[in-house]
Design a protein. Structure first.
Length: 321
């Protein structure tokens, strides 16, 4: 099978087709999305070696439970051990022995085939297109914010970052935040948000807000994908406000964390989210995500697709199996 393999250098390789283990399904990839985490892995994040990719929709070709065969599916990316204290307490996503699809210890979806445990799979509703289904994993990550914070308690909210994840977070928060604003660097990305009724602000103008405490938000969601984003988020959130951190990136950052103490800020780390709710939202037809896609390339043009995704200002690039 063809696969995009990373071993310090990204290359398109011919690999043996995977053999599903007991409890796993063999899935033929239909589409797979390139996200910032994939690009950070190429820079050294997580020290991963193997087939990249964790946002996908595919069709089950082999499975012990034959009821799954032929179904279009998406899959949760964490594979916990099932035995440790975290797993027994329902926190499998934090299992210290877990592998993670295309990120840590488990070959991913940038290949003609992948395997996942059946318990990780979710059937895709018939009215959800393949291209929309690719957004299930990042949309679930956006929805996780609603699971973690009492969104009804916040009046003024900011999403910091206008990229792929920031776009989804803003759309998820919009029905719940009376005063929502997205701060970004790219006029064309901010325009996509304005088209769906979300207020926006260019990042270089934000300094004016910091000088007016009345304008500071109760909730800041940091989704810049940059080490600089956290520092800006700390400046923006009002005293006793809440800061939700979504960015993951290779490297370290140096910050003065005293504002967290002085201003009594609540910090929430936020990662994976509810797939079932993401699929329900996609099936509802409330989201038009088509304009977030800037390219769909076949897997054998995977290197070109990654290069396209790495370009500044790029939104979603999708590989097609």
């Amino acid at each position: 099978m063809k696969a995009l393999y990373f071993d310090g250098k990204l290359s398109l390789r011919d690999l043996p087709i995977l053999k599903p283990r007991t409890g796993e399904a063999l899935i033929r990839m239909i589409c797979a999305g390139i996200c910032n985490t994939d690009l950070e892995i190429i820079q050294g994040y997580m020290s991963f070696r193997g087939v990249l990719g964790h946002e996908f929709v595919g069709r089950v070709e082999e499975c012990e439970d034959r009821s799954w065969i032929g179904k279009r599916v998406v899959g949760e990316i964490n594979l916990p051990c099932g035995q440790c204290d975290f797993c027994r307490s329902g926190m499998g996503n934090h299992c210290p022995a877990r592998t993670v699809l295309g990120i840590s210890g488990k070959d991913g979806a940038f290949a003609e085939y992948l395997t996942l445990p059946v318990k990780n799979l979710h059937a895709v509703p018939n009215n959800v297109s393949d291209l929309d289904a690719v957004f299930t994993e990042p949309l679930a990550a956006a929805l996780e914010i609603l699971e973690q914070v009492p969104i009804q308690n916040f009046h003024r909210c900011i999403v910091l970052g206008d990229g792929k994840l920031g776009q989804l977070i803003a759309r998820v928060l919009k029905p719940h935040c009376p005063d929502l604003n997205v701060i970004g660097k790219h006029e064309h990305k901010l325009d996509l948000l304005r088209q769906v009724g979300i207020k926006t602000q260019m990042m270089e103008k934000v300094i004016d807000w910091v000088e007016d405490l009345e304008k500071l938000p109760d909730l800041v969601v940091e989704a810049t994908g940059s080490a600089l984003g956290l520092g800006m988020a700390l400046e923006l959130v009002r005293p006793r406000g809440t800061l939700v951190l979504k960015s993951t990136f290779h490297g370290r950052t140096s910050l003065d964390l005293s504002p967290l103490v002085v201003n009594e800020i609540t910090v929430v780390g936020s990662r994976c989210g509810p797939f079932a709710k993401a699929l329900d939202l996609l099936a509802s037809g409330q989201l038009d995500l088509s304009r977030l896609i800037i390219g769909v390339l076949p897997l054998d043009q995977g290197l070109e697709a990654v290069e396209m995704a790495q370009a500044k200002g790029t939104l979603k690039v999708i590989l097609k199996g």
